[in-house]
Design a protein around this ligand. Structure first.
Ligand SMILES: [Zn+2]
Length: 92
C-alpha cells in the first residue's frame, strides 16, 4: 500500500518518485506532547465526527511541511530535528 501525506490538500505520496525529488516522509511522534503539537499544526477535522482528526498508526507527513531549519543533514541523509513541528501548510 502506498502511503500518502496526511496534510490536508497535500497529494504527496510515499513512492520512489517523491523520494527521488528529495521529499522525505515522517511519522507522527510517539511522544504525547510532541504528537499533540503536530496534530494542532495539521489542524484537520475528521469529516465524520467533526472532531479533531487523530492520526492513525501509519500516518505520515511529507518534508514539504517542515522548514529547512527543522532538518539536520548527515552527509547525503536528512533527519528531522528532535522537537521539530510542521509549520508549512498551504491552506486556510
Ligand atoms: Zn505533504
Amino acid at each position: 500500500m502506498t502511503r500518502s501525506c496526511s496534510a490536508l490538500g497535500c497529494t504527496t505520496r510515499d513512492n520512489g518518485r517523491s523520494r527521488e525529488r528529495g521529499i522525505s516522509f515522517h511519522q507522527f511522534p510517539i511522544d504525547a506532547i510532541q504528537r499533540t503539537k503536530w496534530i494542532h499544526a495539521v489542524n484537520r477535522v475528521d469529516p465524520k465526527s467533526k472532531k479533531v482528526w487523530i492520526p492513525g498508526p501509519g500516518a505520515i507527513l511529507c518534508s514539504k511541511h517542515f522548514a529547512e531549519t527543522d532538518f539536520e543533514t548527515y552527509g547525503m541523509r536528512r533527519k528531522l530535528r528532535k522537537g521539530a513541528v510542521p509549520s508549512v501548510f498551504h491552506y486556510k
